[in-house]
Write a protein that binds this ligand. Structure first.
Ligand SMILES: [Cu+2]
Length: 169
């Protein structure tokens, strides 16, 4: 049987120890181990499933455990990932990637983390990471006032994040 790109990516992901694969292919959550994982977020000019969505992080919501690493990968140039100073848990980790460079951060502090692409923040290139128990700052992060298109993008992100958290409860 010919190997599909998807199969290849899955095998590649497994060999790299990645729990989240490129192109938004998500491996199922492995609940049998507490070993830290590396999650991949792609920085893209266009959403792979909706080309009308420009300048996106995929996935834009990530569920992680304390100690997991998030790796932001430059698929398309001209983007970066930087933590939003007013959307972090107390004592949370921060990052500030350079444009067109991959950046990774290990999040050991539980809570909700907002981040953005510096040149495209007001165009709505933003994302959310939920690490462990987010009850300490989730509502505060959700209530942060956003500017420009980030307002509508975060409204959508938090609608999906609410559903995700409700499903876990
Ligand atoms: Cu960008």
């Amino acid at each position: 049987m010919p190997q599909t790109r998807r199969t290849h990516l899955k095998m590649l992901g497994a060999s790299l120890g990645l729990s989240t694969l490129p192109s938004g292919l998500m491996a199922s959550d492995d609940t049998t181990t507490d070993a830290p994982k590396t999650h991949v977020v792609e920085m893209l000019n266009k959403h792979p499933e909706d080309s009308k969505q420009r300048n996106v992080f995929v996935p834009d919501i990530l569920r992680a455990k304390p100690g997991d690493t998030i790796r932001f990968v430059t698929v398309d140039k001209g983007h970066n990932s930087a933590s939003a100073a007013n959307m972090l848990p107390e004592g949370g980790q921060t990052w500030d990637g350079k444009i067109s460079k991959d950046v990774e951060v290990t999040l050991t502090t539980e809570g909700a983390y907002g981040y953005y692409c510096t040149p495209h923040r007001s165009l709505g290139m933003v994302g959310l990471i939920l690490v462990g128990d987010v009850s300490g700052n989730y509502d505060a992060v959700k209530a942060v006032r956003q500017r420009g298109k980030a307002k509508t993008v975060y409204a959508d992100i938090f609608t999906r994040a609410d559903a995700l958290l409700a499903a876990e409860a």
